[in-house]
Ligand binder design. Sequence first.
Ligand code: ATP
Length: 251
Amino acid sequence: MSAIELNNVDISYGDSKVVHGVNLDIAEGESFALVGESGSGKSTILRAIAGLAPDWTGGISVLGRPRTHGIERRVARQVQMVFQDPYGSLHPRKTIDAALSEPLAINGVGNRGERVAAMLMAVGLDQRFRFRFPHQLSGGQRQRVAIARALMLEPKVLLLDEPTSALDVSVQAEILNLLKRLRREQGLTYLLVTHNLPVVSFLCDRLAVMRHGRIVEVADVALLKQGKLVEAYSQELLAATEGIVLVGTPS
Ligand SMILES: Nc1ncnc2c1ncn2[C@@H]1O[C@H](COP(=O)(O)OP(=O)(O)OP(=O)(O)O)[C@@H](O)[C@H]1O
C-alpha cells in the first residue's frame, strides 16, 4: 500500500499558487526526499499532507485513504511532522515529561509514565532529562525530544522538514543515525525535505527534485550516489553540493 499519494496537487497561499500539478507515490516503509532550491514548495507539500496548508486541489491519500482539507484526527495520529528548529517546536515552560505526555493525554492513551520513559530510551536520552526544560538541553538533545514527541502516538509516517540543518555538523550525524535506526526498528515511512544531498544519500531510497513548485525528476538514490541524475537542473544541484560530506556518518 502507498503511505502517501499525491495526485495532480496544486497548493496555494491566498491568490498565489506555489505548487503545481505534483504527483507522488511513496510506499509504506520507504524513505523519500524532496530536494530543490529555496522556495520551490518542498515544505508546502509537507504542510498540505499534515493539514497545515489547507488550500489545495487534486488528491492527497494517506495510507490508502483520501484525506480532506485541514486537520484530520486520523491523519494526525498516523502522520507526524518534525521541524527544523527543535527549540521553536517545544514549549519553553513545559518539561520534557509534559511535552511527551501531552499527545497521549489529548488522545486518551494510558500508561503515560511508562510510555514516556520507554520513548526517552528509544531516542537515546537518559531518564535524568525527563523533568528538565528545553533550554537546559543541547540542540541535538532537543531534536531527540522533538522526534520522541512525534513518535509518542506510534505514527506510521514522519514528515521531516530539514530535521538536522539547525544543528552543529557533528550533532547532525547523531540525529541522522537515530532517524535511520528508528525507521528500521519501527518500520516508519519518511518524507524528508532537505537541501543536503549527502543526507539524502544516507537516509533515503528515492528523491524528487523540485523547482518553481514542480517536480522535475524522481530518481533512486543509487543514481544520486553515482552522480547520474538526468535533468540539467538536478545536475546543477549535484554540482553545487559536490565536496560536501557529512561528518561521522558511515557511507
Ligand atoms: N505562509 C505562507 N504564506 C504565503 N506564502 C508562503 C507561505 N509559506 C511559504 N510561502 C511561499 O511559498 C513558496 C514555497 O515555499 P516553501 O517554504 O514551501 O519552499 P521550500 O522549497 O520549502 O523552501 P525552503 O527550502 O527555503 O524551506 C515560496 O515562494 C514561499 O515564499
